[in-house]
Design a protein around this ligand. Structure first.
Ligand code: TRP
Length: 375
């Protein structure tokens, strides 16, 4: 059975339990992406991206204002990022794929932050040199998604500090410890670097305005766990004379194991972009499904796509055709489609995707210079 009463937790450091996204919208004070907004995006971009059609991006702050300004000829900038604590997995790619769609449709610049400082300060790795190295390895995955080299700027915090630091201290000066504690749960035992870090994640929100010498609003596509950062940034923006950053929030792609999101700390729950296609296939074949205990039972009663990690993979990344996704759902529920077959098909798609991604990732090594900015 699906447990709906289980308590869930969503913070920038922890996502646990079965997430109630409607409750998050209320608790965080964001807005749901409604039909009206979707229609507007459709008018501006043509057919909606499947992540919008399916509500995988489901919530926002001021996305409507971004569109108002865009319609008046005012260009915005995109900002997103990655904490380089290990290899990139397919869950990380999801918002990046959506970000590329936004860049293509709106012709926007993208500022991509690699937080080598964050992953060092919060202890995911012992050595700063290690998170810094990972920043550039992970950048290959970002580039492989296909961003425009002329319009995309990737930076690691410690290598772009001369530009970011003056912005960060302006944010920091306006943010009290009690606010940071309330928003992020810092304790007396927290190291002082981690307490300052939110100012570093806020800084790129104002970077395009500073680099261009004219106010430029940013839109941040990211999973909803990052929203606490944008809350404090939006508070200080007017005091610094900058537009408030807008955000568009995604859900979490579930892990291949039962419950929980894809997590790099549970290697079999996720597929890394650097996994050998054969290993990835093996992980898919072992995945948790919504199938019945026996074939006879499943033929009779059908499977449960709503709790099935394999079905979720199709929905989040591997089936962009709504009609085909519905057919798969119905075939599962009727008992016509068994888990073995469904997993095998997904395994093939995943392997094919990985082969292509890995080729682009190799090519990205030569392009790194075109994307990376340092100071
Ligand atoms: N804190 C994020 C992480 O741990 C990294 C990050 C920095 C980010 N800036 C961002 C994510 C902007 C999304 C949008 O992964």
């Amino acid at each position: 059975m699906v447990k709906t009463m289980e308590k869930f937790v969503v913070t920038p450091w922890e996502v646990k339990g079965e997430v109630n996204y409607d409750k998050l919208v209320k608790d965080f004070g964001t807005k749901k992406i409604d039909e009206k907004l979707l229609k507007r995006v459709e008018r501006l971009t043509g057919k909606l991206h499947y992540m919008l059609r399916r509500g995988l991006f489901f919530s926002h702050r001021d996305f409507d204002i971004i569109l108002n300004e865009y319609e008046k000829g005012q260009q915005f900038a995109l900002y997103t990022g990655r904490g380089p604590s290990g290899q990139v997995h397919l869950g990380h790619l999801m918002p990046w794929i959506f970000t590329k769609y936004l860049q293509d449709k709106f012709g926007t610049e993208l500022y991509f932050q690699m937080t080598d400082d964050e992953k060092f300060l919060f202890g995911q790795k012992e050595k700063l040199e290690e998170t810094n190295k990972l920043a550039y390895e992970n950048a290959l995955d970002v580039i492989a998604v296909g961003f425009d080299p002329k319009k995309t700027f990737i930076f690691a915090d410690t290598d772009y500090a001369k530009t970011l630091y003056p912005i960060a201290i302006k944010v920091a000066r306006l943010t009290t410890f009690s606010t940071a504690k309330a928003v992020f749960g810092f304790k007396n035992e927290s190291n002082i670097g981690s307490i300052f870090y939110p100012a570093m994640q806020a800084a790129p929100c104002f970077l395009p305005s500073i680099l261009k010498g004219r106010n430029t609003r940013v839109l941040i596509p990211a999973a909803i766990d990052q929203d606490p950062y944008w809350r404090i940034t939006r508070d200080v923006a007017p005091k610094l004379g900058f537009p408030k950053p807008a955000a568009i929030h995604s859900k979490f792609i579930p892990g291949l194991a039962e419950g929980g999101k894809m997590s790099a700390s549970i290697p079999d729950s996720c597929i890394f972009t650097t996994d050998k296609p054969e290993d990835a296939k093996r992980k898919v074949m072992k995945a948790f499904t919504g199938g019945a205990a026996t074939v006879e039972e499943q033929r009779k009663h059908g499977g449960k796509p709503e709790i099935c990690s394999v079905f979720q993979y199709y929905a989040f990344l591997f089936e962009d055709d709504d009609k085909k996704l519905e057919e798969r759902r119905n075939a599962c529920k009727s008992g016509a489609l068994l888990c073995g077959e469904c997993k095998k098909e997904l395994a093939e798609r995943v392997a094919k995707f990985l082969k292509e991604h890995q080729k682009k990732r190799e090519q990205a090594k030569k392009q790194l210079d075109k994307f990376v900015v340092k100071d």
